[in-house]
Design a protein around this ligand. Structure first.
Ligand code: CFM
Ligand code: HCA
Length: 532
């Protein structure tokens, strides 16, 4: 099988070939586990799909918190491009709750600020923000030049906290840190753990309370999950961070259980909260009907209360009855198709389960910036060697806070794990795939083209930059980051919307029906260098 993979890459130079072949695996499931290289530097010039550390911190993790002001400290470009480009939806949940999501705050650093330093300008900007909006929490997110000129954003944050009695977090999340968005996730997690979680005292009112970690409410996904969870009777203390707020997140340590949706972007907080507050985390996936039912049942098993289990089964039955007819119709249209999917760091796994609900097999799956544990499972972590880039990102250690106890003993947890409850662990994407399927890390356009040509998937899920090239090549492509402005795709109702959207796309594949004019007649005529 490695031969097939090597043929795909034979246009690369020897060095590039050697590097890229370690990031592409055709799954064998033989005695030796399938491995893949990940979280290393992209090859310069290869046109990676990855973004930067600032994108991971500002755009992904802290950006969606509606009642916090997120300031981009740097030139205007980074603020402008990260203004509303990710589809994390938010609305005020009560009269007067602040929602700063539509705004873009930036220090607009110009040449003199770069030369003489930008701390004063940042502080003046914050004074202005306090006068106009008086938020309870401010995040300062640094872009590349800030680290180069040495502005001390942490010191500014401390001064602001003292002056205004608010929470302020200074993030050194300069774009060049680490190798991708992933570094920014880690930095953002550290700041939330240090300065936000644990600050509140509002205890949950009901018996079963949870936080949802790694759910960013893209296209309203988080709202669909909350609808179902509340119907069962769970109290959602906070969501990290889609439609989330400082006001709720500061009480997160008082919840009973952490659910982890996107493992890649938030596993640090899940682990630290387990150590500090004894809160277990459960890897869930609310993308896909089967996956949603499984996640809800694991939650009920964790709480181990017959009343809750009964209510869970009632809600599942009700929800399934509501969508059954539509699901069957779309399945009849989609069954037997194949898919490829290249997204950031967790959707390429989650969406395979939703596609399976419709009888679609995912033959090619790739991540931009996932780590080996997202592919191979968390048991691989001790084997991962830290390189210079990962050592650059601070690893914070926390200790058990006084007064907080583990919810279950280690033996009880082991028993639940043995019964299939995915507690404090994640099995990774590869386990849900089949022999012969292709897994790619840090994919690029050239490889995407090669793979599509060879394996001919009926539909390819991708991002902004790659979507149109794929589509113009005649292969149906859906944007998996913003859902092409549709959604939600999560939970029960989301599955139907997803089925409808991809059925529409597959049955109106306009680009496959047109012949480009240059295929039938020459577009240019002339002579070169005096010849014909
Ligand atoms: Fe997690 Fe995300 Fe993703 Fe991600 Fe992203 Fe995103 Fe994504 Mo775009 S947090 S890893 S950094 S699920 S923004 S909501 S769609 S690449 S697969
Ligand atoms: C990011 C955000 C992004 C970009 C999507 C894309 C998103 O990584 O900075 O480039 O297609 O989901 O908006 O992943």
């Amino acid at each position: 099988m490695a031969k097939e993979r090597d043929e795909l890459l034979d246009k690369y130079s020897v060095r590039v070939f050697k590097n890229r072949k370690s990031h592409i695996t055709q799954l064998e499931f033989s005695d030796a586990p399938d491995e893949i290289a990940a979280n290393t530097r992209a090859i310069p010039g290869i046109v990676t799909a990855r973004g930067c550390c600032y994108a991971g911190c500002k755009g992904v993790v802290v950006g969606p918190m509606k009642d916090a002001v997120v300031i981009t400290h740097g030139p205007i470009g980074c603020a402008f491009y990260s203004w509303g480009t990710r589809r994390n939806k938010a609305k005020s949940s009560y009269e007067g709750e602040p929602n700063f999501i539509p705004y873009s705050f930036c220090t607009d650093m110009r040449a003199p600020d770069i030369v003489f330093g930008g701390e004063k300008k940042l502080e003046a900007g914050i004074d202005e923000i306090m006068q106009m909006f008086s938020p309870k929490c401010i995040f300062i997110c640094s872009t590349c030049p800030i680290g180069l000129i040495g502005d001390d954003v942490q010191a500014v944050a401390r001064r602001v906290e003292e002056k205004y009695g608010i929470t302020a977090v200074g993030y050194s999340c300069e774009g060049y840190k680490g190798v991708s968005q992933s570094a920014g996730h880690h930095i953002a997690n550290n700041g939330l753990m240090r300065y936000v979680i644990g600050k509140g005292e509002k205890a949950p009112k009901t018996k079963y309370s949870i936080n949802i970690l790694g759910e960013y409410n893209i296209g309203g996904d988080g709202w669909e999950q909350e609808r179902v969870l509340k119907k069962i009777g769970y109290e959602v203390v906070s969501v990290f961070t889609g439609d989330g707020s400082y006001e709720t997140m500061k009480n997160a340590h008082l919840a009973d259980l952490n659910l982890v949706m996107c493992h890649r972007s938030i596993n640090y907080i899940a682990e630290m909260m387990k150590t500090k507050y004894g809160i277990d985390w459960l890897k869930v996936n609310f993308i896909g009907v089967g996956a949603t039912c499984k996640s809800l049942r694991m939650m009920a098993e964790y709480f181990n209360d017959p009343e809750l289990t009964k209510r869970t089964e009632e809600v599942i039955a009700e929800e399934l009855a509501e969508i059954q007819e539509d699901m069957e119709y779309y399945k009849s249209k989609l069954k037997g198709k194949t898919a490829g999917i290249f997204v950031g760091g967790s959707r390429s796994h989650h969406y395979q389960l939703l596609l399976k609900d419709f009888g679609i097999d995912t033959t090619i799956a790739g991540y931009e910036f996932a780590h080996r544990d997202d592919y191979e499972g968390r048991e691989i972590i001790p084997q991962i060697k830290a390189d210079a880039d990962s050592k650059n990102i601070e690893e914070i250690t926390v200790e058990r806070e006084e007064g907080y106890k583990d919810r279950y003993t280690e033996e009880e947890l082991a028993g639940m794990r043995a019964a299939g409850v995915e507690l404090d662990t994640y099995g990774g994407m590869i386990r849900d795939m089949k022999k012969g399927h292709i897994v790619v890390d840090d994919y690029n356009m050239f490889e995407t083209d090669q793979l599509i040509e060879k394996y001919k998937p009926d539909i390819f899920f991708s991002g902004i930059k790659d979507k149109y090239a794929i589509q113009h090549g005649g292969v149906v492509s859906r944007q998996m980051h913003s859902y092409d402005y549709s959604g939600p795709y999560a939970g029960f109702r989301g599955a139907v919307i997803f089925g409808r959207d991809i059925t529409m796309s597959l049955y109106t594949n306009a680009w496959a029906l047109v012949t480009p004019p240059w295929k039938t007649a020459p577009m240019l005529e002339g002579s070169l260098g005096g010849g014909k």
